[in-house]
Design a protein around this ligand. Structure first.
Ligand SMILES: NC(=O)c1ccc[n+]([C@@H]2O[C@H](COP(=O)([O-])OP(=O)(O)OC[C@H]3O[C@@H](n4cnc5c(N)ncnc54)[C@H](OP(=O)(O)O)[C@@H]3O)[C@@H](O)[C@H]2O)c1
Length: 333
């Protein structure tokens, strides 16, 4: 697998990343821990070096799963990206963001312990804490870089103006943000800004949480946030969205590719500064994901793909209204 550098100041990473969120309970329904760990092993075997997690994914569970998967793997072989700041109560309900400098250092201390490592490669606030200037939050991460506990500053779901302010405090490696055929909001102001500043993009939701694979959870699936609250999966919307995926499937059939592979290849075609972070949680999904690297799209393919699946044709927003309200990236759009 080829490697690339995240932005002008970031680390070298594989051209695809693996996001581990869905391997923990409480996100996408039932999970299989051993299969999650086997998927991380298979990803590393295939050359993936960028591993993404968050301290609030499964409330520490995800970091501990990543730790188990990385036992015996040389530390320098992986680039660990960790999100912090999302606070949850014991029942798992999200109760806000904390971006205060002392909270950043506290979150980091616990993440280092759970991950069983001396340093985190990329450390990022998951969302903007509206009560704390971004300069203070990023300043605390910069302090931790100087102290040797973190290597790079990352950001997540911020708008262009906030990105500029953060970058003035310390050079930013990458912005993690949703980007797919169905969610192209970053193209207007965010992408031009990250490109101007030399900040890389790690794109999540490349499959719109699996929708673009054409496989959706059944309505009775327990503990699946897609069924509980994600607009694109709600009845009335999901049928329309799956029709778009069928149009994608027809194009894929001609090219010997699945809809998911076309969706991944399309994101990759948007620029060398964009590294898709896929949420494969089973080895079979990883295999499909890796297959997308072989796919070559020409201008005519891209035009057909964009005609088949577009943000304007997609039914439902990428998050529900309360979550959209917490996205600085959407507030500035
Ligand atoms: N910064 C942020 O705000 C933020 C937000 C969300 C996620 N993330 C990060 O980004 C990663 C990916 O996010 P996502 O869950 O939105 O990603 P995604 O890649 O759009 O969707 C992942 C889901 O798609 C389904 N899927 C079907 N075929 C697949 C295939 N070939 N490869 C991968 N998945 C396939 C799986 O669900 P089934 O197994 O149910 O079929 C899987 O859980 C997360 O793990 C997390 O690390 C960051």
């Amino acid at each position: 697998m080829r490697t690339t550098t995240l932005g002008r100041n970031g680390p070298a990473v594989s051209e695809l990343g693996l996001g581990c969120m869905g391997m923990s309970p409480g996100v996408y329904g039932p999970t299989e821990e051993t299969e999650g760990i086997a998927t991380i092993h298979a990803a590393i075997e295939a050359g993936i070096t960028l591993i993404d997690t968050g301290d609030f994914y499964g409330m520490g569970h995800n970091e501990m799963l990543v730790r188990r998967a990385l036992e015996g793997v040389p530390r320098t072989r992986v680039v660990i990206s960790v999100k912090f700041g999302g606070m949850r109560d014991p029942s798992g309900v999200f109760i806000g963001q904390d971006g205060r400098p002392q909270a950043v250092k506290n979150f980091l201390a616990y993440s280092l312990r759970r991950l069983g490592t001396d340093y985190i490669d990329i450390y990022r606030p998951a969302r903007l804490d509206p009560a704390v200037p971004i300069e203070d939050t990023v300043g605390a991460v910069a302090d931790m870089i100087r102290a040797g506990y973190v290597r790079h500053v990352g950001l997540s779901e911020l708008g262009a103006e906030t990105i500029k302010r953060a970058h003035k405090v310390h050079p930013v490696a990458d912005l993690q943000i949703e980007y797919s055929l169905m969610s192209r909001g970053i193209e207007k102001t965010i992408l031009p800004t990250t490109r101007q500043l030399g900040i890389g993009i790690t794109a999540y939701g490349v499959l719109s949480r699996g929708l673009l694979s054409g496989r959706v959870p059944s309505s009775g699936s327990k503990g699946d946030i897609r069924i509980v609250r994600m607009p694109r999966f709600q009845q009335g919307n999901v049928e329309k969205n799956l029709r778009l995926v069928e149009a994608l499937r027809q194009i894929g059939d001609e090219k010997g590719a699945t809809p998911a592979q076309l969706a991944i290849a399309w994101v990759r075609s948007r620029g060398a500064d964009i590294v898709p972070v896929l949420g494969a949680r089973r080895r079979q999904q990883l295999k499909e994901t890796l297959g997308a690297l072989e796919l070559k799209l020409d201008a005519a393919d891209i035009a057909r793909i964009e005609a088949a699946v577009s943000p304007s044709g997609t039914a439902g927003a990428r998050y529900d209204a309360p979550q959209m309200a917490h996205l600085d990236s959407e507030a500035q759009a």
